[in-house]
Design a protein around this ligand. Structure first.
Ligand SMILES: [Ca+2]
Ligand SMILES: [Ca+2]
Length: 79
């Protein structure tokens, strides 16, 4: 299978057409200022033109987590 193939988002696929949506603009930009970059908004299907969509979907932070009985600080991404 060629490396650029992917599964369709539609049941039974969409032969002869595409359902892909190209990302336009700076993938690291945040036009609506909701702290979610355009690339993540694209992946999540939210709008980078609307701060009420996407903000709060993903949060990042540092948490102290015990692993094998040793507690350390870890970078955590929650969604
Ligand atoms: Ca955004
Ligand atoms: Ca948004």
């Amino acid at each position: 299978m060629p490396g650029n193939w992917r599964s369709s988002t539609l049941v039974d696929g969409n032969p002869g057409t595409t359902d892909s949506v190209a990302l336009a603009g700076d993938p690291l930009g945040d036009d609506d200022g909701d702290v979610l970059v355009k690339l993540l908004e694209h992946v999540l299907g939210t709008s980078d033109d609307n701060a009420s969509e996407g903000g709060g979907v993903i949060s990042v932070g540092v948490e102290t987590i015990p692993v094998n009985d040793v507690a350390n600080d870890y970078f955590v991404i929650s969604f």
